[in-house]
Design a protein. Structure first.
Length: 167
């Protein structure tokens, strides 16, 4: 199953049945915790914990009726902006509600840019993305610029189209 509608899909989206709900769909804000004054805005390694959250859906941008399970979402850190990808720091796979969470690893280097990238499965295409405090750079790329403290790191959503046929 790949969605709450109990439709089945072949391939990587069809093999994820039975995933446990790890993230609450209502999660909105991931605030830093245990940060030292003056350091949380620049370096998560300074004691702050930041988690980027969102969901992946099938269909048109804004249509949240068909969440996708089994989609890989990755977190990158870089000191240069889009389109420079930087270093891969964490990977998550969406659960049955299409939800994912990516936490900046403890001890990660201090980066100026953080990129959330949805890995688009074969036969699909990315049709859009949305974010509250991140910048949508492409249909599969959302970028954040430091400082992260005080920013809404939730609602980083992606939409994929299952009807894509490569030409």
């Amino acid at each position: 199953m790949f969605s709450a509608r109990a439709r089945t899909m072949p391939g990587p989206l069809g093999v994820v049945a039975g995933l446990l709900l790890v993230l609450g769909a209502g999660s909105q804000l991931a605030a830093p915790q245990a940060a030292r004054p003056g350091e949380a805005s620049r370096s998560p390694a300074a004691g702050a914990t930041f988690t980027f959250q969102g969901r992946v859906f099938a269909g048109e941008v804004g249509d949240e009726s068909t969440p996708l399970a089994g989609v890989t979402v990755r977190l990158f850190g870089a000191n240069d902006p889009y389109p420079f990808e930087g270093a891969l720091l964490e990977t998550a796979v969406t659960n049955h509600a299409g939800a994912y969470g990516l936490t900046i690893p403890t001890g990660a280097p201090s980066y100026e840019y953080w990129a959330i990238r949805a890995l688009v499965p074969r036969g699909w295409q990315a049709v859009g993305a949305s974010s509250i405090d991140g910048v949508v750079r492409s249909a599969s790329w959302i970028e954040y610029v430091v400082p992260l403290a005080g920013k809404n790191l939730g609602n980083n959503n992606f939409w994929l189209d299952p009807g894509y046929t490569p030409t």
